[in-house]
Write a protein that binds this ligand. Structure first.
Ligand SMILES: [Zn+2]
Length: 263
């Protein structure tokens, strides 16, 4: 059982409950001001999917693909502005239904992917003929077998979902080649709507947290932490990665979209 008084960002025992939300508590660190929920996912043994994807589920995921594909095509353009994808080794962490690994594959990359949810892995296999791994990035499978292996690691809308983002960045940094790249996007806590939600919570004494209940979620694989730009930059730079750019293609103001290079 994790002690949430220990900040998930800076590791100091400076975290305390700040906002009581729907089925969860949002902690804040008095030292680094990191915000994180008291929710952690218990991960299944990914080797044994409890059931197979139903036709209805397959159709539902399929129906969501066009929307995902538009954003992920922009992400691919962003990657290609920095490195030639054809012939490169790529790892997409948290690939969901598998749209991005499929785009990378068609662009000529050698692609690996990680996805903890069995139903998405099944869909990806059926739809794109790509089989994502269930092993998480900090597992021996990657850490021992793929040290300094990848030219490109991508993390699209994933960092806010993982149990421990600092550990995820540490682990993924190890599998990137020297001079290799990390591309990621994640929601931003610097938005006006976030601050407004915090004010509203305080003035209503918790009755009206506005967006806080939709920005975070107690559901499985929901959002567990949202970064300010400064917190995100500190986190990646602490692990030997240098931020070399931000996307000009993305218009979403409430997101950080960055590229980092390993030293
Ligand atoms: Zn902290």
């Amino acid at each position: 059982m994790y002690d949430f008084n220990q900040c998930k960002q800076c590791g100091k025992r400076s975290g305390s409950p700040k906002y009581k939300l729907k089925n969860m508590v949002l902690y804040a660190c008095s030292d680094c001001d990191f915000h994180y929920t008291n929710v952690l996912d218990v991960l299944d043994d990914g080797e044994t999917p409890s059931r197979t994807l139903s036709t209805t589920e397959h159709h539902y995921i399929e129906s969501q693909l066009p929307q995902n594909s538009r954003q992920l095509s922009l992400n691919l353009d962003f990657v290609q502005q920095h490195i030639e994808v054809a012939g490169s080794t790529c790892l997409d962490i948290g690939c969901g239904a598998g749209v991005f690994p499929s785009l990378l594959h068609h662009a000529g990359a050698m692609v690996s992917a990680i996805e903890p949810q069995p139903l998405f892995r099944q869909f990806c296999h059926q739809r794109f003929d790509i089989t994502p791994h269930h092993e998480l990035i900090d597992s021996p499978y990657w850490q021992q077998g793929f040290a300094e292996h990848f030219d490109i690691v991508t993390l699209w809308d994933t960092l806010e979902h993982v149990n421990f983002p600092a550990e995820t960045i540490t682990a993924l940094s190890r599998v990137i080649k020297p001079q290799g790249y990390l591309f990621l996007d994640t929601p931003s806590r610097d938005s006006f709507s976030y601050r407004l939600s915090e004010w509203s919570y305080r003035f209503s004494r918790g009755r009206n947290p506005l967006m806080l209940n939709s920005l975070y979620s107690a559901k499985r694989f929901g959002h567990k932490q949202i970064f300010t730009q400064q917190q995100l930059w500190q986190l990646v730079e602490k692990h030997g990665l240098t931020i070399i750019g931000r996307s000009a293609l993305h218009r979403a103001k409430n997101k950080h979209v960055i590229v980092c290079q390993k030293k």
